[in-house]
Design a protein around this ligand. Structure first.
Ligand code: N01
Length: 495
């Protein structure tokens, strides 16, 4: 007999665990979390590059339901966040609901039984509802560069760090200057013989203001949860205020730009190097980075900045778009992720026999950033228009999980009900996003960023977290038709 559960969650990173917590709090116990890896943690399990850390303040980058007085500093390290997520899974006592080493191979809407049929690496199961919490920055983007496969030394992506490769004392080339590169470059510069940094586009970088919490502060947070809650609330307000400078408000972005340029001037005395590190596009168009040690590392004798893209590889020689050739023993690709074409979308087939990837062939769309027409009883977290450039993305997925719980309650009100979001609701929401994004720097700022797919903002939410919460609160359930399930042939059994 095929196992049947109410909700199958795919992915045990922040989103999947957040969904499980929300279901628990709503009294829904019939769920499983399928996780292809051997532990929870998602991005914080997979990214182990030197210097990996979060650029959102730690006390805001966690679940509201699981405050953590133990964070070591204003910004947590990647390993610390991974441990936090493991602790959350333990505290929530997920037990056999957490199916590790269980990859989703295919999910298909079974119209006859009105349920999802899932093939996994550990057998089949059926579910009334499917929650895709697979992450948006999981699949490394490997640039198509002639000769790359023939590079003679160790070569790996920042999110697949090869700790067995002994690159200390080597000449290392780093490709890219995004959030991952600015964190790993200063650490590599400390141990490598030399680092060559290929920068296709300079980033806007503001001071990070890193600081640790001492034992007395951590004890106080533990003893006074109200202080911790007040700190979280203050960090939230600070984060929301940042939206103006990222989204094109003239005064706010001019102020933030000045801060970034002063930071560059303070840390890079050489005018030619400073010019090479100066962005020529609007502040906020790409993710604004936080770093206190990137510029000093680039300005040090340990690093050479190549201010152009890597265009070809010939053995251990790296050819830049400028025509300059560099030699390297090891190559680190800090080249980002495939975000516009999510691999999980290939695995999911809706009621018209179309895959989610086909539905999204013109770019991701949804209603409420969470539900998609022709995919009944399906919810996507961290998918279309759910990313943020100004505040903690955990806040977004908590809102999405709350919306999903509400929708599941609506479904439950019709015995065995099937929720179908109206295509018009999806089209209207997509148009609403397009209107809100039209004049923002993400579309008009003159940069290339991973938020945009063929001229449409498909990954970033063009608003504050408050606005997202208010938008989801306005979704009153009329976006769905709810119909009773057809009688299924199989027995139902709860996990
Ligand atoms: O990736 P990216 P990332 N030659 O896509 C460059 C999150 N994150 O891993 O800008 C030279 O930003 C490419 O150049 P260009 C965060 O959301 C969060 O750094 O396209 N360069 C770019 O510089 C972030 O936004 C944290 O012109 C080449 C870089 O590769 C997201 O992850 C920490 C090239 C890719 O940058 C992705 O960040 C880390 C070539 N041939 C990451 N090809 C937190 O702290 C590509 N590039 C929360």
């Amino acid at each position: 007999m095929t196992e049947h559960i109410e909700v199958a969650i795919v992915g045990a990173g922040f989103a999947g665990l957040g969904m499980a917590i929300a279901l628990r709090r709503a009294g829904r116990q019939s769920f499983v979390i399928l996780e292809r890896a051997a532990s929870v943690g998602g991005t914080w399990r997979d990214n182990t590059y030197p210097g990996v850390a979060c650029d959102v303040p730690s006390h805001l980058y966690g679940f509201a339901t699981h405050p953590n007085p133990e964070w070591s500093g204003l910004y947590a390290t990647g390993a610390e966040i991974h441990r936090y997520l493991e602790r959350v899974a333990d505290t929530e006592d997920l037990g056999d609901r957490l199916r590790l080493r269980t990859a989703l191979l295919a999910a298909r809407w079974d119209a006859a039984a009105s349920r999802w049929h899932l093939d996994t690496g550990s057998g089949a199961l059926t579910a009334d509802a499917l929650v895709l919490a697979c992450g948006r920055l999981t699949e490394p983007s490997i640039p198509e560069i002639p000769g790359l496969e023939g590079f003679t030394g160790p070569i790996f992506h920042s999110a697949r760090w090869d700790h067995s490769a002994d690159i200390a004392g080597s000449r290392v080339a780093v490709i890219g200057t995004g959030a991952s590169a600015v964190q790993l470059l200063p650490r590599l510069a400390e141990t490598a013989a030399h680092v060559t940094l290929f920068q296709r586009t300079p980033a806007w970088i503001v001071p990070r203001g890193e600081r640790g919490y001492d034992a007395a502060e951590r004890e106080r947070f533990a003893a006074h949860p109200e202080e911790l809650a007040a700190l979280r609330a203050a960090l939230y307000v600070e984060g929301e205020a940042r939206y103006a400078s990222r989204s094109g408000d003239a005064a706010a972005s001019a102020g933030a730009r000045e801060v970034a340029l002063a930071h560059l001037a303070n840390q890079v005395p050489d005018p030619a190097l400073r010019a090479a590190l100066s962005p020529d596009y609007v502040f906020g168009c790409k993710r604004v980075l936080l770093s206190d040690d990137f510029y000093p590392a680039v300005a040090s004798p340990a690093v050479t900045l190549e201010p152009s893209a890597l265009v070809a590889v010939d053995g251990d020689r790296l050819v830049a778009a400028s025509g300059t050739r560099h030699t390297a023993d090891a190559l680190v690709l800090a080249t980002g992720f495939v975000s516009q074409r999510q691999p999980y979308a290939e695995l999911v087939t809706g009621e018209r026999g179309q895959t989610l990837a086909e539905h999204w062939s013109g770019g991701m769309t949804s209603f409420a950033s969470t539900v998609v027409s022709d995919f009944p009883n399906m919810f996507v977290l961290d998918g279309p228009n759910a990313s943020l450039g100004h505040n903690s993305s955990v806040l977004m997925l908590e809102e999405q999980a709350a919306y999903t719980v509400r929708a599941l309650a609506q479904r439950a009100a019709t015995p065995g009900g099937v929720l179908r979001v109206h295509p018009d609701a999806e089209a209207d929401y997509t148009a609403e996003i397009a209107r809100a994004a039209r004049t923002t720097p993400w579309l008009t700022g003159g940069c290339r960023n991973w938020y945009v797919d063929r001229g449409r903002l498909t990954l970033l939410w063009p608003g504050t977290v408050d606005a997202f919460r208010a938008r989801l609160a306005r979704a009153d359930g009329s976006e769905f038709t709810t119909t009773p399930a057809r009688t299924g042939g199989e027995d139902r059994r709860s996990a």
